[in-house]
Design a protein around this ligand. Sequence first.
Ligand code: ATP
Ligand code: MG
Length: 348
Amino acid sequence: MDADGLARASEVVTFPIPTGPHHEMEANLPQVVTIGEILVEIMAEERGPGFREPVHLLGPFPSGAPAIFIDQVAKLGQACRIISCVGDDDFGWVNLDRLQRDGVDVSGVARLPDQVTGSAFVRYRDNGDRDFVFNIKNSACGQLRWTDTTPALLSQCGHLHVSGASLFSPEIVEMVVKAIETVKANGGTISFDPNIRKEVTRDLQVRAALAAILASCDIFLPSGEELTILTEAKMPEAAIAELLRLGVTAIVVKEGADGSTYHDAGGSLHAPGYSVEELDPTGAGDCFGATFVTCRLQGRSVEECLDYANAAGARVVTIRGPMEGTSTFTQLDELRSKFERNRRSHDH
Ligand code: ATP
Ligand code: MG
């Protein structure tokens, strides 16, 4: 599909302008934008290895790291948009319907008549590992690229979020790098969640793109080995110093059930996690990042941003389905006050 075809296809989106409860919040600038894959997730109900035998399946659930991120931003009442592609099929509908209902502007999502919406089949093993069957690169979102309509979709953007998971084609890498330049030139900010494994960084082209994105990001959101995966330094403390020297303003390290730690030139701050029963870990990192970024854009203190983000990450893992547990401020405040009460009753 050429650039023109994609531009035309994006005009056939027929979803109406959002009119839900979040609509009045759209004046709450800056607009947050993300670019990347929209997928459905279909999960095996029983644990076990892979998909080499018939299993009971649950889904389709709306998914894709950028989609989960932007849905969480919308739930917090922030104006936001996703730039992506889906097929003209039910899997695309499931996503667009959900995103739109939650307040995401989906006018930058092209519905491509000859393509199929991306999918991820996931099955958990007893030890917590996951097996996947992905259809991403060869799905509708594999057609994502910079077109004549992209600048207009970025014209209101005050903050762009990039997930490393989205950098699966040279065209998307090029689009993301161009989008970062555009948003930065307009005075906007960038967040980057690497969402990568070590093997991915062996591809030299991807590695170069990751380095460029890292160098231009304001908020870096790694977890585990991702903190040191793109740095020369191999120890966490040295890696943080290196990232700050590179120009990253803030590094927020996600630490699973332990919570998270914020680092900037002024120092570090740890916030403990919420003790919850983890039912489905998918989406934790995306909801955490979305909540931290949104709270920061709203001018909240680092301490409060970390606490809200920990609450969002904790809440989503208690609910099955990657986007089913995205949270409103009311829901996050409920969780926070429940734990605050528990903490106080322990103190007595
Ligand atoms: P993902 O698997 O989505 O990529 P991640 O590795 O990027 O996740 P995690 O550290 O697993 O990030 O989760 C992000 C945040 O969500 C954590 O920092 C924490 O606040 C919260 N969180 C995740 N898992 C749990 C848990 N089991 N209990 C409480 N909070 C959790
Ligand atoms: Mg992650």
